[in-house]
Design a protein around this ligand. Sequence first.
Ligand code: NAD
Length: 330
Amino acid sequence: MKRVAVVGFGFMGMTHTLNILQNADLELVAIVDKDPESIAKNLFSPGGNFSTGNIDPEVLQNIRKYSSLHDCLHQEDLDAVHICVHTELHYEMAKLALMHDKHVLLEKPFTLDIDQAEELIQLAEKNNRILMIAHVVRFMPPYQKLKHFIDSNEFGELKFLSMTRISGVPGWGEWTEKQVTKSSGGALFDLNIHDIDFASYVLGSPSSIKSSYLPGMLSENDYVSAMWSYSDKPVRVKIEGGNTFHSHFPFQAGYMAQFEKASVLYSSSGGDVIRIADNTSIREIPAGDAGEGYTNEIAYFANCLKNNTQPTECMAASSLESIKLCYNHL
Ligand SMILES: NC(=O)c1ccc[n+]([C@@H]2O[C@H](COP(=O)([O-])OP(=O)(O)OC[C@H]3O[C@@H](n4cnc5c(N)ncnc54)[C@H](O)[C@@H]3O)[C@@H](O)[C@H]2O)c1
């Protein structure tokens, strides 16, 4: 088993923890949170804009707790760390872990500073470590099915893809602190990036982007509406969504894809189904559970650790391209 630690025990830290505990190839050795008391507190009142499952409190009792990654790295013999702190800390935490020769699974967005991201990529290469960015949508079954429809040409050529992601303004954990909200990059870099990363993963980077946005509590770009076009193919992509809504507004994400022979609809608020319509009928197929994306993502990372191979999904270099693409929306 590969020995791992989770850094930052908020919404995402708990999500990683739950999935590490369920993975036979990983042993959770330690949890690091600047406020170790929040580990127990968060356990009983988890934050987040949707549920990613519950951790058995008894299981956590035997796991060592640290208030600093530095101390944890010095006292534990780890193979990898899962970094789940806020974006402003991604660079320094990932750098520290890589400098200690640990593999890293880093929450998205990579870093908002392109020079810092490039430095981390070079450091990982120099130390021959894995640096994978947790773009979970690539591992979500409903989105993997969309990729299959596109790659297989099952419904003919894709003409139009509309991806939406709507959330209330984050009202949990450190999101309520002004400094953190600002340094998140706002919805564009924190929320829309999921769809920006996925659309560029399946279709490549667009040649042109027309975008408009609205300000919110976090940034000037907390609601984004963008249309992508390509010089080498007729497909158009719409990216839309944000977190300007009130905190308890229900999270929803999904896509509409118009192919030559059928139109396909998936919405997280419409059950675990994909609807496929043509001019004569509509049918439903199972979409799979989007929440399994976290399980799949962590299993994929664990597999790379086990086999000592670099990931081909969510490589740091491709996640850096997604950051650059976000900047191209401004
Ligand atoms: N992949 C996804 O679906 C998804 C969803 C939500 C958030 N995220 C990303 O995850 C990251 C964290 O977001 P969150 O919602 O989990 O935040 P959160 O506020 O719920 O949790 C952050 C945790 O980090 C801890 N922390 C802060 N400074 C620390 C330090 N120096 N050392 C150790 N721990 C420290 C805090 O005490 C807190 O428990 C962000 O980058 C965010 O963009 C990803």
